[in-house]
Design a protein around this ligand. Sequence first.
Ligand code: NAI
Length: 340
Amino acid sequence: CVQKRIFGAFNGGASRFFSSSAVSNSAKVAILGASGGIGQPLSLLLKHNEHISTLSLYDIVNTPGVAADLSHINTKSKVTGYIPENDGLKHAITGADIIVIPAGVPRKPGMSRDDLFNTNAGIVKDLAEAAAKYAPKALLAVISNPVNSTVPIVSEVFKKHNVYDPKRIFGVTTLDVVRASRFVSEIKNTDPKDEKITVVGGHSGVTIVPLLSQLNHSFTDEEYKALTHRIQNGGDEVVKAKAGAGSATLSMAYAASHFTNSLLRALHGEKNVIEPTYVRSELFAPDGIEYFASNVELGPNGAEKIFTLGKLSDYEKELINAALPQLKKNIEKGVKLVVG
Ligand code: NAI
């Protein structure tokens, strides 16, 4: 219909990610931190998602306004806004199929993601406590940094409440994948949608490991190292350019919308939905690293299958070796916050 075509055009690149197969429009998606730099454009993109029947927006401020604004968009889903008053968080997440968490402060120039721990860890822990109580079966996608630590925090909170299912908790690393495909396409003069790049490890600096050797491209040594460096530090480009006004929000909203849509497609029974994401993983558990990002097949109950890394170049093996100790530290820090 005409209306659909208009929205398809408006939504630009994001629409190609949305499955055209007929699925029921029945999911409730809750966004916690919905009034923020990521939360608002993410809510806008998800208002356009046909799999969603209820879009539930929670933040400590401004969600009634954001929800009222979005609710005038003529797509089918219903938008509701909640603030902490009157048990807002409980109502926002009760019955949610998916909870996406972009709540917390972003970086300023010169800060690492780990520098956000002191503020964001407590915010994520409190939100996880509520999710464990009121929506323990939801698929939970954590955007708040430092992701390497916030995913273990959520997991430990769920363990404490005896509702832990490792298949249902995800760290969103999709922006690294989005950046990788864009940066490679710039060098190779290709369409980014054809550049499927697996990014593994975690989501900060040296823990971000793109597996460029698995592409059908040949790179000079210089290109290969420069690209890897750019993908690992892509976030810094944005933090620097925003000069104190925050970190990536629009590209992150796009990436999170893509990841949420993949969860929705899997929830509705679509097969072969595969995304790199940071999850509880056996891949490096024998080395004491219990969380790791790699390609994961998604299904109605969350992570169905975790893929091994495949063939690595010597350089990528070095990158993994550099990532592991950092990941271990980030994970231990998150676990300690909850377990003590
Ligand atoms: P922002 O400051 O613009 O928005 C954060 C929102 O969280 C605000 O609206 C704030 O009111 C809300 N908030 C704070 N405490 C809350 C609580 N207890 N409950 C609910 N909401 C609460 O920040 P922005 O730019 O949206 O970034 C959010 C987070 O996402 C940051 O931690 C940032 O580092 C992270 N991020 C993650 C990326 C990733 O690839 N995973 C990429 C970019 C940012």
